[in-house]
Design a protein around this ligand. Structure first.
Ligand SMILES: [Zn+2]
Ligand SMILES: [Zn+2]
Length: 833
């Protein structure tokens, strides 16, 4: 049919088709087109090293799915962009002494070149970069929408501070007291920062997980991150002077100037300390309270006698990082000198401070139940605080506690007034209701999720669009004044002051107040990179509009995203923040959906020769080298062949050979195929079985088994080195196309087609052609069924006999020549011995 003398030359073919796709605008999406399908991949951070093979693994998986959808008749949109703000870029820029504004465009150009070389179906007319003012103008606009809705606020908080990176770290970035990035010992600092009230959305973020079509592992990670626990908030009334004094006198070791030293600072005699507990049923066993050292009530509560000790303890605690405090084995604490009333027993209990209680969780205070909590038991033992049993086994007698008794099944409440005898779940409900009636409790769900701190005291990010005016206070930058452009600053190195490098640029931060016109000052923090990526999927289809972040009509048509593919390392932060921002926009009436990604699938990880790839090991696969050597088609197909896509696999250089030889055989077979005669029915049967297999494997991302099926089909086509009929090969070219798009286009053209193979549709599956001409025969020996065999419908007695004897499970009943054989074609073989 064609020029059979040409050999398969990936370099020539791939260059030709990449150029032709550009010229013919093959991959430019008609956003008005029918049956829209939005295939999104997580946009990369454009590092100086260039595209990582892990990026390409992720993108190829998305690309195959997108190309498949296009061949199913959808108008597919596969955009690409760059997540280029953030500390990674900034640190690298500092290291090599090049400004990020110079570095990033260079990195992006290199990424774009690599992405084009890998043959992705990207619509480059909608490319975006988060560092482009035309993009971050709208990131700032998103901030303002949250601010308008009361969801952005500024507060002072203790934070983890890396003295080397000179920035705030999230708890997840602190490993054993050290900075995850650089290993420096992490300190605690107190900073005023901007937060988003994501905790207001915790319940909704959790509930929707029940119905969205996402990878289970991703949903589980989000559930765990949000961390809901049912419980109650209990109020403990702080005792006034006289009550405390009376008790203090009665308590050994706590006499002296306790009452005399009490100052007028303590001006709120009805102060309540609120605690959150998941075990309100044990309130009768609460024998002391513990506050976080930073708790705002500590100053007011502390007696003069204890003041010195409390102050020293608070100073010590302030030096520790938050994570160490949480996991520290050694329990330390200090008595404040104050008492509160246990609302259940009405008895006074002492108030302590201890560093294992954090302001960040719950209310910053706990009721300690040493009888039934291991941590409290340890603490009570060290400081000789009372330990009371309020839970006991149903059977037998309960003796004195030598350790915390934490059993909750087959137990009952004891020493709990009228609640004695109840099981735990009933006790929880009844005690909470009883205390609630008295005004001492309310049932609450507590979340592990914290509000999202979006302030960064660094340079390379979008400035937070806020102005501070002495007369007007906090003034949001009017939307018409966006973007607040990041000024070009030569010295952007962060310093020890804990404020952003922008605070050194007076000409930039001095402004006039948009409200009153007086002198004012800009916010000098920039926003978290995760805010840039929390809405980029909304921008892609609307990049052509400068006057709106996303066009309502286009957004209505294209969103939510049909399919999103990315790494599970983003299971919590990026994916949770994107959901949160979308919910806020929904509540603001700006979009009509609240879940941005209808379907999300997490891809697996690839290792090399069994080891994790890393620069330090020197075993990183550089896509450029592999594409130069093997061609993008072989590289893509191999990446998808090395394991199940959602699990990943092991990259082995020698295994590329098999994939390359498959494409080679496809080339040779297609170029030599004949149009004479008609296709072999047995080959056609295998073809339709293959169409069925690939058509069902691709949508479930089972790429490796789809490729294996195509290879198997190739073996059938070429059995005995026969010449293939073109009707046996053309559909295979279409099946291969999503995986190896360049060679598929070339062969499709060689077969005389004028349009792109991606606009040719998908091979039709015919069940009747796929049906096997085989039957199942029951095999009996002396009338007793001994097994079944699978044989051709037309098989004769001799053939059936031979097949039966080839099965050892049957053959063992037959020794010597049978006396008689009864054969009923299509049904039965009876051997009489
Ligand atoms: Zn660090
Ligand atoms: Zn003003």
């Amino acid at each position: 049919m064609t020029d059979a003398t040409r050999t398969y030359d990936p370099a020539a073919i791939e260059g030709k088709w990449q150029q032709r796709w550009d010229e013919r605008r093959t991959n430019v999406t008609n956003l008005e087109g029918p049956r829209e399908f939005y295939a999104l991949m997580m946009f990369p951070y454009p590092s100086a090293e260039g595209l990582h093979v892990g990026n390409l693994f992720a993108f190829t998986g998305n690309d195959i799915f997108a190309r498949f959808q296009r061949m199913q008749g959808h108008t597919v949109f596969e955009p690409m962009g760059f997540d280029a703000f953030g500390i990674h870029s900034e640190n690298f820029a500092l290291k090599i002494g090049t400004h990020p504004a110079t570095l990033i465009p260079r990195n992006i150009a290199n990424f774009r070149r690599q992405l084009k070389a890998s043959g992705l179906m990207v619509d480059w007319t909608h490319e975006l970069s988060t560092t482009d003012p035309s993009y971050y103008k709208w990131t700032q606009w998103i901030f303002l929408q949250l601010y308008k809705r009361g969801l952005a606020y500024k507060k002072g908080a203790a934070v983890n501070w890396c003295p080397n990176d000179k920035t705030v770290l999230a708890n997840e970035q602190v490993i054993a007291g050290e900075c995850e990035r650089c290993g420096a010992k992490v300190e605690q600092r107190f900073l005023e920062q901007w937060f988003f009230r994501i905790t207001d959305y915790a319940g909704r973020l959790l509930k929707n997980l029940d119905h969205i079509d996402w990878s289970e592992s991703t949903k589980a990670a989000q559930r765990n991150w949000i961390g809901a626990s049912d419980g109650a908030e209990l109020s403990f009334r702080v005792q006034d002077l006289e009550d405390s004094a009376g008790l203090a006198t009665a308590t050994a070791g706590l006499t002296g100037e306790f009452t005399a030293g009490r100052t007028s600072e303590f001006s709120a005699p009805t102060t309540d300390i609120k605690v959150f507990t998941t075990r309100p049923d044990t309130v009768f066993g609460a024998t002391y309270l513990v506050l976080a050292p930073e708790h705002p009530l500590v100053d007011n509560l502390t007696s003069d006698e204890q003041r010195g000790e409390v102050r020293r303890y608070r100073e010590r605690a302030a030096k520790q990082d938050l994570v160490t405090r949480k996991v520290n084995k050694e329990k330390t604490g200090v008595f404040t000198g104050a008492y509160a009333t246990n609302p259940a027993t009405q008895r006074p209990i002492p108030i302590w401070i201890a560093d294992y209680v954090l302001m960040e969780y719950g209310t910053g205070a706990i009721m300690a139940v040493p009888g039934h909590d291991e941590r409290d038991f340890e603490f009570a033992t060290v400081y000789s605080l009372p330990i009371v049993r309020v839970v006991a086994p149903l059977e037998g007698t309960a003796g004195a506690l030598t350790e915390a008794y934490t059993e909750t099944d087959n137990v009952k409440l004891v020493g709990s007034g009228k609640f004695t005898g109840l099981a735990i779940p009933e006790g929880k409900k009844a005690i909470t209701a009883w205390l609630e009636k008295m005004g001492h409790a309310r049932p609450v769900v507590n979340y592990r999720l914290h509000d999202w701190c979006i302030s960064r005291q660094r340079y390379w990010g979008p400035p937070i669009p806020i102005i501070y005016c002495d007369a007007c206070g906090v003034v949001p930058v009017p939307e018409k004044d966006l973007p607040v452009e990041l000024p070009h600053v030569e010295d952007f190195k962060p310093d020890d002051t804990g404020v952003s490098p922008l605070a050194r640029v007076e000409s930039w931060y001095r402004v006039t107040c948009p409200t009153c016109g007086k002198a004012a000052r800009r916010e000098t923090d920039v926003s978290d990179t995760f805010l840039d990526s929390a809405w980029y999927f909304l921008r892609y289809p609307s990049t052509q509009f400068d006057d709106r972040p996303f066009d309502p009509a286009i957004t209505k048509k294209w969103l939510p995203v049909d399919s999103y593919i990315g790494g599970n390392e983003h299971a919590v932060l990026h994916l949770l923040y994107s959901r949160f921002v979308t919910m806020v926009l929904k509540d603001a009436g700006l979009v009509d959906f609240e879940e941005p990604f209808t379907k999300f699938r997490a891809h697996g990880m690839i290792v090399r020769d069994g080891a994790k790839m890393s620069k330090s090991r020197g075993n990183v696969v550089n896509p450029d080298e592999y594409i130069a050597k093997w061609g993008a088609d072989t590289f893509r197909t191999y990446l998808m062949f090395l394991g199940p896509y959602e699990e990943g696999g092991d990259f082995r250089d020698q295994s590329l050979v098999g994939v390359r030889s498959f494409l080679n055989r496809l080339w040779v077979t297609a170029t030599a195929a004949t149009a004479d005669g008609s296709p072999d029915p047995a080959v056609l049967r295998k073809l339709h079985q293959t169409i069925q297999k690939v058509s069902s494997d691709v949508p479930s991302l089972a790429y490796n088994t789809a490729i294996a099926a195509m290879m198997e089909y190739m073996n059938v086509v070429r059995a005995g080195e026969r010449t293939a009929h073109r009707d046996e090969v053309l559909p295979l070219v279409q099946l291969v196309a999503p995986f190896a798009p360049h060679v598929a286009e070339e062969l499709w053209e060689l077969f005389g087609n004028k349009q792109s193979v991606f606009d040719s549709g998908w091979p039709k599956f015919d069940a009747s052609l796929a049906a096997e001409d085989s039957v199942t025969l029951a095999v009996q020996v002396n009338g007793k069924t001994r097994g079944t065999i699978q044989v051709a419908k037309t098989i004769a007695q001799d053939g059936a006999m031979a097949a039966a004897m080839a099965d050892p499970a049957i053959a063992k009943f037959v020794s010597g020549d049978p006396k008689k054989v009864i054969f009923v074609p299509g049904r039965l073989l009876n051997i009489v011995v």
